[in-house]
Ligand binder design. Sequence first.
Ligand SMILES: [Zn+2]
Ligand SMILES: [Zn+2]
Length: 325
Amino acid sequence: MKGVVFLGNRKLELREFPDPTPGPGEVVLAIKASGMCGSDLHPYRAAGNAAAALGLGGQGGPVIAGHEPCGVVAARGPGVAPEEAPEGQRVMNHHYKGCGLCKHCRAGWSQLCRSGIVVYGMTGHGGHASHMKVPARTLVPLPDELSFEEGAAISCGTGTAYGALKRLDVSGRDTLAVFGQGPVGLSATLLGKAMGARVIAVDIAPERLKLATEFGADATVNAKAVDPVKAIRDVRCAATWGRVAFVGEGNTTTFDISQDMIRRQLTIHASWTFSSVGQGECARFIADRRIPLAKLITHRFTLEQADEAYRLFDTQTTGKGVFAP
Ligand SMILES: [Zn+2]
Ligand SMILES: [Zn+2]
């Protein structure tokens, strides 16, 4: 089969790989949708080993990209019970493999495993191919109400937004400011509204802010035109006793501990995606409330169009792209 490999420096290629066969405890998925996520742009643009730069480890060898895999169970390996992964079952993949035994793995947070992890699409073969081999325990059933494309989005970007909002315990009492209205931020706008919050969407691109308004944002702030901190304080957000979640990968920030944190009784969270349980919960939340997540998917590509697709998302600012192999 063919799979998309990032070569760095904005180059990629569709490379030939052997068809995967499932080993003990593993399944092979037939991929129906594989999303493009913002963090794909790190290895796409990187000059060196981007996975290592993000603290994810990995040998830097050629791996198939794509960490938002969604498809159906095509084959089961030895030791996988039929009821655990029925053939043809619609599934998402929680795209991390840990030891499977420690407390983090057992709680569904395998990305926090201290025994070393594989991040599919970064340090292990991901979803930008026709098939993908994963441990059966990484499967998360996809509700019938949701499309494979929506399942792909939930498998990283949208699930990450959900995970952060959950950490923040967002409710109808809150005003939520979402900085950045890419696929993760737009999902946070959409989900934050569904959780009852008043949402202020912040971005520097007018097209993204327009989309945020369509996704239910109550107010928008163009951070290029005005100082977003001042603008948001004007509407009494980021308040004293406020809660903050950092979600976006890479880069650094500084703030004054006394002035910006202690004097304002802030609670600051670092939020890394979601657990496998949280992924299922996010999918249920979206299905039960009929949240129009499908609107997020603006671009569809075949794997043969991968070069064009990533070139576009490297520069273009709105919506989300998905591969349907
Ligand atoms: Zn573990
Ligand atoms: Zn991602």
